[in-house]
Ligand binder design. Structure first.
Ligand SMILES: *[C@@H]1O[C@H](CO)[C@@H](O)[C@H](O)[C@H]1NC(C)=O
Ligand SMILES: *[C@@H]1O[C@H](CO)[C@@H](O)[C@H](O)[C@H]1NC(C)=O
Ligand SMILES: *[C@@H]1O[C@H](CO)[C@@H](O)[C@H](O)[C@H]1NC(C)=O
Ligand SMILES: *[C@@H]1O[C@H](CO)[C@@H](O)[C@H](O)[C@H]1NC(C)=O
Ligand SMILES: *[C@@H]1O[C@H](CO)[C@@H](O)[C@H](O)[C@H]1NC(C)=O
Ligand SMILES: CC(=O)N[C@H]1CO[C@H](CO)[C@@H](O)[C@@H]1O
Length: 392
């Protein structure tokens, strides 16, 4: 059992490294995996800080899954012109005037060119009303990782953004439409974000975030966690209560059976295939638009149900965005200035249990958290960079 796990882990680490060596051998790589415990697998190349510790009982003396160690290349040198070319090209994906329909059609047509190789990127899609209070924290989070992420911003069309030219958010706003809470316009905005991000073939993972979200780990850890996962993270569960199955409308049958009906958090992370399925779906979208009306909220049911029907075996069924429902009631806990402590952050970073890929039980279950008030920014800027290990 232990051997099998070690073997699996080693296979996936070496496969990952091999793939990336092939893909990126032109970049200088250094990988070394260090750990906190003895017996770590040393991959022998480049070292980044802070391996993730997994309860010893699960992995004995062997290495924890070192999510923070596998970046395809270190971009801290920043000397390569590659990124400049890339970002100019990327901008084309945003400066368009396509209608939603044209955009969705265009997004599903993007094909990988066999002759070209891509560094996989994570698309960070921010769905906001107006301001992004944690922008300074996100700037620190993204710093020195150009080429491994793309940022997309969807905010109310009447909101005037002001980001400085050197900001990761500068010019990253996509053509947006008003969003009304609990209506299909929310899903439309999510699909608009996905479609824009799909235009860039190197985006392989797609994370939806709000203005109240913060990262719980550094970029390397989050990148590797997502890229190495073979499952998407869409919260999807069968809630027998009135607030779950009670929102199912029998008119959705036979396309959607009540046994297939699911509920889940809107804040998803999906793989490219799944993102394509979401933007190209017309069948389920129109059923939901017609029959999922308040008190049925499309953003709580449409994607969880769609994924359950079309992509069951590719979903972990859990969200990677932490939220506090521990107090009961219809609204989650909200955290402001006074709530931000190292203990609190470490609690939400590590005190969970979940499975990762198949058979791995780990304590790193949430990569992001909500809901934070703007006044939490100041303490977070002090505490988070050293705690999370942002690049200096
Ligand atoms: C987009 O804008 C260009 C010029 O800016 C115009 O020629 C073109 O017709 C527009 N397309 C749409 C779909 O509006
Ligand atoms: C839903 O599926 C169950 C079994 O999976 C089946 O017995 C039932 O008839 C289905 N309901 C409808 C309305 O199709
Ligand atoms: C997710 O839920 C579906 C349906 O409820 C189930 O078949 C699948 O095994 C679950 N996936 C995981 C990883 O637990
Ligand atoms: C945040 O801190 C305040 C003040 O200490 C406290 O009253 C509140 O319950 C805390 N909120 C949460 C969600 O823990
Ligand atoms: C994901 O990886 C695990 C472990 O390698 C494997 O057992 C499982 O079948 C994979 N799942 C998918 C959907 O590829
Ligand atoms: C081109 C360039 O700046 N290369 C530097 C990358 O970083 C290493 C070590 O930090 C330097 O030695 C190189 O000169």
């Amino acid at each position: 059992m232990a051997n099998e796990q070690q073997q699996l882990r080693f296979d996936s680490v070496s496969k990952f490294v091999k793939t990336h060596l092939q893909l990126y051998h032109i970049y200088r790589f250094l990988f070394i995996v260090i750990g906190l415990s003895a017996g770590q697998v040393v991959v022998g190349l480049y070292l980044k800080k802070y391996p993730i510790t997994v309860p010893a009982s699960h992995f004995s003396a062997y290495a924890p899954i070192a999510f923070s160690t596998l970046l395809p290349f270190s971009s801290t040198n920043g000397s390569t012109p590659y990124y400049t070319i890339l970002s100019r090209k990327e901008q084309r994906f945003i400066d368009h005037n396509m209608t939603d329909e044209e955009l969705l059609q265009m997004a599903v047509k993007v094909r990988r060119s066999v002759s070209k190789q891509y560094v996989p990127k994570v698309a960070f899609m921010f769905l906001t009303k107006g301001p992004l209070p944690f922008a300074p924290l996100w700037e620190k989070f993204f710093k020195d990782h150009e080429g491994l992420y793309s940022v997309y911003l969807h905010s109310h069309p009447s909101y005037e953004e002001t980001f400085p030219e050197n900001s990761v958010f500068y010019g990253r706003r996509i053509p947006s439409q008003p969003v009304y809470w609990g209506s299909a316009t929310m899903i439309d905005a999510e699909r608009r974000l996905l479609a824009n991000a799909l235009l860039d073939i190197s985006n392989q993972r797609f994370v939806l975030l709000s203005e109240s979200c913060i990262p719980l780990f550094n970029f390397a850890t989050i990148y590797n966690y997502l890229i190495t996962s073979n499952l998407s993270f869409v919260g999807s569960f069968d809630d027998p209560r009135y607030t779950g199955r009670g929102r199912y409308n029998p008119k959705m049958s036979p396309a959607i059976n009540i046994t297939e009906w699911r509920k889940g958090s809107q804040w998803f992370e999906v793989h490219r295939d799944l993102a394509l399925n979401i933007v190209s779906d017309t069948k389920y979208y129109s059923i939901f638009k017609n029959y999922c009306l308040p008190p049925c909220y499309m953003d709580e049911h449409y994607i969880p149900t769609l994924v359950n029907i079309l992509y069951t075996e590719f979903n972990s069924n859990r969200s990677i965005t932490w939220v506090d429902w521990s107090r009961g009631g219809p609204h989650p806990g909200i955290f402001g200035r006074d709530n931000i402590t190292v203990e609190f952050l470490n609690h939400i970073r590590h005190d969970s249990k979940c499975t990762y890929n198949k058979g791995y039980t780990i304590s790193l279950c949430h990569l992001f958290a909500r809901k934070f008030l703007p006044d939490a920014l100041e303490p977070l800027l002090k505490i988070a960079p050293p705690l999370l290990g942002f690049n200096p």
